[in-house]
Design a protein around this ligand. Sequence first.
Ligand code: ACM
Length: 537
Amino acid sequence: MRNSILLRTLVILLGITTIIACQEKREIINFPKTDLSTENLIPLPLKITPTNSAFGLDQFTAIYTSNDAEFKKVGAFLSNKINTKIDLDVPVNTATDKTPTKVIYINKTENLELDNQEAYQMYITQDSVIINAKTAAGAFRGIQTLRQIIPEESNDTLTEHKMWLVPTGKIIDQPNFEYRGAMLDVARHFFSVGDVKKYIDILAYYKFNALHLHLTDDQGWRIEIKSWPKLTEIGASSEVGGGPGGFYTQEDYKDIVSYAAERHMIIIPEVDMPGHTNAASLAYPQLNGNGKTPKVYTGTHVGFSTFNTRADIVYAFVDDVVREISAITPGPYFHLGGDESHVTKKEDFNYFVEKVSKIVEGHGKIPIGWDEIAHADINKSAIAQFWSNEKNAKTAVEKGMKLILSPGKKAYLDMQYDTLSKFGLHWAAYIPVDSAYVWTPETYVEGIAKENILGIEAPLWSETISNIAELEYLAFPRVIGHAELNWTIKENRNWENYKVRLGNQAPYLDRMNVQYYPSKLIDWKKSKHTYKTIVKD
Ligand code: ACM
């Protein structure tokens, strides 16, 4: 089997080499000396070996892929992104009227130096870029690296046509952590499908593979549940500050899921319970367990709501909600919340989490919960998300559970940069751009080893932000640092080196019209793209 794949690969490569060799007129180009290792890659790959010449991407370049539907999609994605970046058409697996003299080959192979399912190797020579990967996910991570090293500007002096010089060399790469997540709170303020897609597209560029959507909270319920229609008829039309709210239909949600899947990212749906449930209880008061009549809530306090954990109707409700959402969620996880249930008695809380974990597993998903769930008697396959309480994190690990790390002091994107920040809170810390990057998740919680950690997730709570520009002001550039903490091994991370590479992200962020916070700690590269700024200072 392995031999036959190898043989097929060789045949394809031979074919490509023949195409190249058959060109009647090979231009001899004196490429300038390049250095692949000083490119502006974020996250930094595992190993880069420069060979100091260049691959000239131009109108005679074509993309080829292995004959695999998912690899073909990766090829099409790359072609599309090259086109939007430099306005060059690069055909994919098709003969064109122009003979391709150079190829970008996205190759499915078992024959990699690295084990990881998302690993890739890239060989860049003067004639070809070969990306080898076992999986389409690995190939997809590889093409993000390539996108980052294709320059914005062409070199117009080496040949009569435009040529974008990609430095030659070899990259071998794989992720440091398997779970590389961001979270968006669409409950405190609602964000449109378009906003969420924009965020996903940029996260994918930095090799994230998960977006956790905090879909429900006291202020609003944001996902259509067909068997409990009042959740959105009543529970969705409020948000912090009294705005109109909103919700995703199941079709909207599926649209987000498939947009993420095209980028090899999963969506993790969160229904926060038994606390943070005022909006659900407003729609269906029989769920309520705090003894008060639920009212629309547009403030920002937490910890006043709870489901009635001893009422059968609550579990019938949870079963329907988990079933409907799980049916349209291909990823393996369902987040049941569990944080800040301050008015739920401890024994009721644990009873609830145990029952709901079983419901989640019954619908084929792995439960995730905020670190408070560590005290419930649940299967060790459940995952605890550490956000505040180290003791909870340690309890979870002692039980054999894995952790997602989201320490408020380092990973919370809604913390203000400093006292002058226009948006955000500071109950955990002020988090300037360096502080978000300069920490070591591998040893952050004393006594918790790397093998207990799935990865880090950067949550963005939306009490103080209500549109995409404000979202971007808090998320960028800090979430780019979290991308590197997740992907790049500890030995390769270094603030002084990172901050130069971060400054060089400005042209990409500007091109994407991202309203990032222009921290003075960073020397931002000037770019040709200018957009009306909304929140930059
Ligand atoms: C949380 O910040 N309440 C998880």
